[in-house]
Ligand binder design. Structure first.
Ligand SMILES: [Zn+2]
Length: 245
């Protein structure tokens, strides 16, 4: 069991495919604007972070959005955009110890996990080019990995469109081979307590996101192109999740 916080378990780190659960309220309160928030003892919801967008879902009948509270480290749920008007929109009736039913938007979770895992895979392919990770974004419609070439000479070569296209083709071949091999995606904690995510033996990185079980869960990992922007290589991609097995 992962304890990010002694008051809350992070179930989303343990099982990407768990989409509903009965649990209890571990903390509840109001923010500075008067809006009610609730934290679950066993938390299903991935908050936005690490380049991955937040889950959406419901607590009972109430539409909620998770946010990590920087003060406590707890993932707290607030009323979602589609919720009825009014402070807390129904969450204000909940108190510590109350039993609740929580569920996430499963389709969105799978899409986020697919895009996130594909991001690791694209990063692995790009590292094989000698590039170093500089940033990533796993949001639907804008997914990309940004990397730094190993030096001025390597960067200069990439100003050539043909060179970039050949690099993109090598990345695509790497991705296709890894998906065909159905490499497993696993997570473990290292000696320092960091969660490290691995794809077979081609990639390992500290990460707090949600991932698919193995690369055969990915459908249509598409690298749309390699660009050079302000000295950084930008690899744009998209991915989807195969219908759940
Ligand atoms: Zn990850």
């Amino acid at each position: 069991m992962v304890h990010l916080n002694e008051k809350q378990d992070a179930l989303y780190l343990e099982d990407t495919y768990l989409t509903a659960i009965d649990t209890s309220v571990t903390a509840a309160g109001r923010d500075e604007t008067g809006g009610a928030w609730v934290a679950l003892r066993r938390n299903l919801f991935h908050p936005q972070g690490g380049g991955q967008p937040a889950d959406r879902g419901r607590l009972g009948e109430h539409e909620v959005v998770p946010v990590r509270d920087p003060a406590t480290g707890l993932v707290v749920l607030r009323a979602g955009e589609g919720a009825a008007e009014g402070a807390g929109a129904g969450l204000d009736g909940l108190a510590e110890g109350d039993l609740v039913h929580a569920r996430i938007d499963a389709g969105l979770r799978l899409l986020h996990a697919a895009l996130h895992t594909a991001g690791h895979l694209v990063e692995a392919a790009a590292r094989a080019e000698g590039w170093t990770l500089a940033g990533n974004n796993h949001f639907p419609g804008q997914a990309r990995v940004e990397l730094t070439p190993p030096g001025a000479e390597a960067a200069a070569r990439l100003t050539d469109a043909g060179e970039r296209e050949r690099a993109a083709d090598r990345l695509r071949a790497f991705v296709v081979a890894a998906v065909a091999d159905d490499l497993p995606v696993t997570a473990h904690h290292d000696d320092e307590g960091r969660r490290v995510v691995r794809i077979g033996d081609v990639h390992a990185a500290p990460c707090g996101g949600t991932h698919v079980r193995s690369l055969a869960d990915l459908l249509e990992v598409t690298i749309s192109g390699v660009k050079l922007k302000k000295g950084r290589v930008r690899v744009s991609y998209s991915a989807a999740h195969r219908p759940p097995r």
